[in-house]
Design a binder for this molecule. Structure first.
Ligand code: C2E
Ligand code: CA
Ligand code: CA
Ligand code: CA
Length: 275
């Protein structure tokens, strides 16, 4: 209809309309799924590389869609961000995660991801405090992961929010370290407890000496700043051995376990003789 006199754009306009409609449809399904708690956390183990014990779990959002199958967070997180759904979705996931983790042994921490957009939301600390109060989950066992893209823009606001969250007793991790911007300044200014080394370096450690050197330097940097270091994307025993040799604290990856639904993580976190 809008194509009159713009003939050569008609095809693209129609294509765009169809895409926009499909996105709007998916977004409204996502909105419903969030309110039904049908966007769920899956859980992946974090392993102490020194002892081999499970010390924490990261929750990763999953959307089992009735017709599309399991939709990846890489697809629906951006959709949630565009549609103003990321706040409610995070709260829903945090609630579900804290409920599940409440029955785990006390030394097992729960890590969750924040979207960069959320570090522009002045209500975020209060929202997190509410979920903790409501679920009774101890703040000290919750860890929130943010990427450096969260810190571009209003660094003053991001810093204030992170400090308020830290003051609740919640711990903070800098995620995907090494892939963002001006990392060293962020480490200096912001109250992080942990550094998560991006899987692109970790995965390449065996084949590529430069990657191994970068991981080694990041572990050293983290430790000298008093931060615990976590290597993401540990897929082989060979990589785990290299990381152990470097003194990296914690490993996460397929070698130790893929993300699994709530009913399957309980067995993994349960320590014999403890509960
Ligand atoms: P991330 O926070 O860096 O999470 C790690 C990703 O690596 C996850 O992908 C995980 O399944 C995958 N992974 C774990 N171990 C291995 C391994 O050994 N090898 C390889 N190749 N991959 C591994 P996933 O679950 O698809 O999540 C992708 C990203 O989506 C996450 O990256 C995170 O940025 C975002 N995301 C996931 N859940 C949430 C959420 O609840 N909120 C927000 N804001 N973002 C989320
Ligand atoms: Ca993460
Ligand atoms: Ca990461
Ligand atoms: Ca990532």
């Amino acid at each position: 209809a809008k194509a009159e006199g713009r003939g050569c754009f008609r095809f693209f306009e129609q294509g765009t309309d169809a895409r926009v409609r499909a996105m709007a449809q998916l977004e409204s399904e996502l909105r419903q799924a969030v309110s039904d708690e049908a966007v769920v956390p899956h859980f992946q183990p974090l392993i102490d590389l020194g002892t081999g014990h499970l010390v924490g779990v990261e929750m990763l959002a999953r959307w089992p869609h009735p017709t599309r199958g399991m939709v990846s967070p890489a697809e629906f997180i951006p959709l949630a961000e565009d549609g103003g759904l990321i706040g409610p979705m995070t709260v829903s996931l945090l609630r579900q995660g804290c409920r599940a983790a409440g029955s785990w042994p006390a030394h097992v921490t729960l890590a969750s991801n924040l979207s960069p957009m959320q570090l522009r939301d002045a209500n975020l600390p209060a929202t997190i405090a509410n979920v903790l109060a409501e679920t009774g989950f101890p703040a000290a066992r919750l860890e929130l992961e943010v990427t450096e893209s969260a810190l571009v823009g209003d660094l003053v606001l991001a810093r204030r929010l992170l400090e308020e969250i830290r003051a609740l007793g919640v711990r903070l991790a800098l995620d995907d370290f090494g892939t963002g911007y001006s990392s060293l300044r962020h480490l200096q200014l912001l109250p992080f407890d942990r550094l998560k080394i991006d899987q692109s370096f970790v995965g390449a450690m065996v084949a590529d000496k430069e990657s191994a050197k970068i991981v080694s330097a990041v572990v050293g940097l983290g430790h000298s700043l008093g931060l615990s270091t976590v290597a993401e994307g540990v897929e082989t025993e060979e990589v785990a051995a290299l990381l152990r040799g470097l003194g990296c604290d914690v490993g996460q990856g397929w070698l130790f376990g893929r993300p699994v639904p709530a009913h399957r993580i309980d067995a993994l976190v349960a320590v014999p003789g403890e509960k």
